[in-house]
Design a protein around this ligand. Structure first.
Ligand SMILES: [Zn+2]
Length: 424
């Protein structure tokens, strides 16, 4: 920990002031190295990357809604001056940012908001390519519910939205008052597609400069279209934009919509540019199936460090997931799904590994949803990088994955949904 963290809280009717100190020894002026803004429907993130720890405080002010952030001992340099110009009109939460020197040694940012937000402001220590980061996450006061998003988009909604569902985000989707009809032969299947990485976390970067996070989103969007065009199937993306989602929240989104399957889409990378081919992974409860699989799981799990998680926020869900006894049965189904998808990928690409591998991937830990992680190809291989950026190839990749999914369901027809465990 870089020094202790002091939190002073002044609660008034319309004013909250939080003062945090990071890096108690910081005396020389810190320079802002980069500013990034990641607008998304889930939340908008503003990142200030700087060369040494800084002191900061923030307060939320009403009428109109705005967030005021004071940065102590920070130069008001040209990078920081660029921040206001990075706000787009379509940003769901930020109207505009004003930046200026407030008093000697203090730079003040005033973020004018489009509505009420619940801000999280936290510091991240240097990791990977990044220096120190100060992160402002602006969440809506009323959380966005992926289930509602699904219902809005679905052409044939099978789930009945209850009044007040938005106020009770942990409510299971089976909100229908009517009892389930007998055995369902062809019920609607919900597939959650998880484009790996996003926002602050670019994932692997190809030699030609392409980012894994863009390739994964592109392939997942194509797959979503194909699934949605398939009778009795629909899909939800964990993210449909360039922003970061912690790994456990990807799992939670899948559980909230009672997904039948969860597919995390990635692109592999290795030091040697000759490494190539597709591979498929599932969760392992007892260690990795190979050292390469363990290495990969560690790499994918580091997404939270790079992407930036506020460790001050407790996640009671994660501990529960690890203890769930239904995991073994789910892993068996995941292996079957993985095999079918791998078989189809083998028709359009070299296979990096001819069998499904297992390791402790955090994103595959839904206890009750068969989950696989697909490494579509090696973005570190120039030839495969070019193919990953090719729309026709992305389409073939999506088609192959869909075929694998259909093959799996042909052999393992979906059962009537039992009452799922409540999340709350
Ligand atoms: Zn990845």
């Amino acid at each position: 920990m870089p020094g202790r963290r002091d939190v002073l809280k002044f609660a008034a009717a319309s004013l909250t002031l939080l003062v945090s100190r990071v890096g108690a020894g910081a005396t020389a002026a810190s320079s802002i190295l980069a500013v990034r803004v990641w607008p998304a429907r889930d939340y908008t993130r503003v990142t200030l990357e700087h060369d040494q720890a800084i002191r900061y405080s923030h307060m939320l002010v009403k009428d109109p809604e705005r967030l005021v952030l004071d940065l102590e001992g920070v130069e008001f340099n040209s990078v920081l001056q660029m921040l206001p110009s990075k706000i787009i009109d379509a940003d769901p939460y930020i109207r505009l940012i004003r930046a200026g020197r407030n008093k000697p040694g203090v730079v003040r940012l005033v973020i004018e908001l489009k509505g009420e937000v619940k801000p999280q402001v936290f510091a991240l220590k240097p990791v990977g390519e990044y220096g120190h980061r100060l992160v402002l996450d602006l969440y809506p006061a009323e959380p966005v519910d992926p289930l509602m998003a699904l219902l809005e988009k679905s052409a044939e909604p099978p789930l009945k939205a209850e009044p007040g569902l938005g106020q009770r985000p942990a409510q299971p989707a089976a909100g229908s008052e009517k009892p389930e009809p007998g055995p369902e032969i062809a019920r609607l299947i919900t597939i959650v597609l998880d484009p790996g990485h996003g926002g602050e976390d670019p994932g692997a970067v190809g030699r030609g400069g392409s980012y894994e996070k863009h390739v994964t989103l592109s392939v997942a969007r194509r797959l979503k279209q194909k699934i949605d065009a398939t009778p009795n199937m629909r899909s939800v993306l964990t993210r449909d934009g360039d922003y970061f989602i912690p790994l456990n929240q990807r799992v939670q989104k899948a559980r909230r919509v009672q997904a039948d399957l969860f597919l995390s889409v990635h692109a592999d990378a290795f030091i040697k540019s000759t490494a190539r081919g597709s591979s498929v992974f599932v969760l392992s409860e007892n260690g990795a199936s190979s050292s390469a699989a363990r290495w990969l799981a560690n790499k994918e799990n580091s997404a939270d460090l790079v992407g930036g998680v506020n460790i001050g926020v407790k996640d009671p869900y994660l501990a529960r997931t690890l203890l769930d006894l239904s995991q073994t049965a789910t892993i068996n189904d995941s292996l079957k799904l993985g095999k079918d998808v791998l078989g189809e990928l083998g028709r359009i690409n070299t296979l990096h590994k001819a069998h499904v591998e297992q390791a402790g991937f955090a994103v595959l830990k839904a206890p009750d949803i068969p989950s696989i992680l697909i490494e579509t190809a090696f973005i570190s291989n120039p030839e495969e990088e070019a193919r990953l950026n090719d729309e026709a190839y992305q389409d073939r990749m999506a088609e192959a994955i869909l075929k694998g999914i259909r093959r799996y369901f042909a052999k393992n027809p979906p059962l009537a949904k039992s009452k799922l465990a409540r999340l709350d």
